[in-house]
Design a protein around this ligand. Structure first.
Ligand SMILES: [Zn+2]
Ligand SMILES: [Zn+2]
Length: 198
């Protein structure tokens, strides 16, 4: 979640699957007095979309994704069954966001970066003014996103990191979809998967 001093909030990739996880998110929002105003997915793998329907129903929101990701969203319940994780998919209106668009949280804005490779329509959210990136599953602390799932492409992932992420300032903080935060400069220096691409 991202929120501002007014308490307006964005919810990105709600992974909550179990009721207890929904309650954790619900209580967090309630305790902080936040008002969720937009629901967004970096991409539509299961662990990023499980909570879409619950969030949309609970906070009366509609979903924003990159258009290429819609296919994955539609097959998510079927792939959930393959993993033994049945769930209710979000079925409301889907709004598309593209490279160069901005997500607005009052006067703050996040720029959409198109970063395919881990999934075909993956996007990241870059806040230039506050120097951080919501990175999804592209770049992790000393690691990178897997590319063995349907629609994955290793070369494309490397290209996304090189052309979209490694052009950001070194001190940019990266908040990945999994694991601890890192920075662009740290990953340029220490990420073993990316030594050849700079
Ligand atoms: Zn993923
Ligand atoms: Zn993930």
């Amino acid at each position: 979640m991202l929120w501002n001093e007014k308490g307006n909030a964005l919810i990105i990739d709600p992974g909550c699957y179990f009721t207890q996880e929904q309650e954790t998110l619900f209580n967090f929002i309630k305790d902080k007095g936040l008002k969720p105003i937009q629901l967004i997915n970096t991409h539509c793998h299961l662990d990023h979309v499980f909570g879409n329907k619950w969030v949309a129903d609970t906070y009366n929101l509609e979903l924003f994704i990159h258009p290429i990701e819609e296919k994955l969203l539609k097959v998510a319940p079927a792939s959930g069954l393959l993993y033994g994780l049945p769930f209710d998919n979000y079925k409301g209106p889907v709004h598309f966001i593209n490279q160069g668009d901005f997500i607005k949280l009052d006067e703050d804005q996040l720029q959409i970066l198109f970063t395919p490779g881990h999934s075909p329509g993956h996007i990241c959210f870059y806040c230039k003014a506050q120097n951080f990136l919501i990175g999804g599953d592209v770049l992790f602390l000393e690691s990178i996103g897997r590319t063995d799932l349907p629609g994955g492409n290793h070369q494309r992932l490397l290209q996304s990191i090189k052309e979209q992420l490694f052009v950001l300032p070194d001190q940019t903080i990266v908040y990945p979809g999994h694991g601890p935060q890192t920075t662009i400069g740290y990953e340029k220096k220490y990420n073993q998967f990316l030594q050849g691409i700079i």
